[in-house]
Design a protein around this ligand. Structure first.
Ligand code: SF4
Ligand code: SF4
Length: 158
């Protein structure tokens, strides 16, 4: 090969003409995407579809009377690998058990979903809410009231 057949492309020695096809291919790809619909979303007003299996903030579920389904058995707290759940059980005169205190530290949680799987009452679920933001660590300690409606903490912009 003649020395004059070699050119320097971005510091690489390339045979003359060999770079034209890849260059055109790259340009064609750029042009194609230049005229296609942008994938940028106007977050937080617009959000991408999340997988059905997405695991976000927890929700404590209630029955048709609005009462917590949780019977404070403690299985979820026991299985939690992050020790993120704290429960203080309470039993009324009729022998019905409720959580007097049910707290999840959402910053300790690794969103494994074990608590949801372990619950025999379907009392705890992981929702699709993933973008809760706040200023203090203590704001991420969710008590019963917060856990009843995590959807309200979904970020919608300021
Ligand atoms: S999702 Fe996993 S880490 Fe988070 S509270 Fe449940 S069991 Fe614990
Ligand atoms: S949420 Fe379920 S597993 Fe956890 S304490 Fe309540 S009933 Fe038991």
């Amino acid at each position: 090969m003649e020395k004059s057949d070699i050119v320097n492309v971005s510091g690489r020695r390339v045979e003359k003409g060999r770079y034209v096809a890849p260059l055109l291919k790259g340009l064609a790809y750029t042009l194609k995407n230049f005229f296609s619909r942008p994938v940028t979303l106007q977050y937080p007003q617009e959000k991408t579809e999340r997988s059905k299996r997405w695991r976000g903030l927890h929700r404590l579920n209630v029955d048709e009377n609005g009462k917590l389904k949780c019977v404070a058995c403690g299985l979820c707290a026991r299985i939690c690998p992050s020790q993120a759940i704290t429960i203080i059980p309470y039993e009324d005169e009729g022998g019905t058990r409720y959580p007097k205190k049910f707290v999840i530290d959402e910053l300790r949680c690794i969103y494994c979903g074990f608590c949801q799987e372990a619950c025999p009452k379907g009392a705890i679920s992981l929702t699709q809410v993933y973008d809760y933001i706040d200023y203090h660590r203590s704001d991420f300690i969710f008590d019963i009231e917060k856990l009843k409606n995590p959807k309200q903490f979904e970020f919608k912009g300021k």
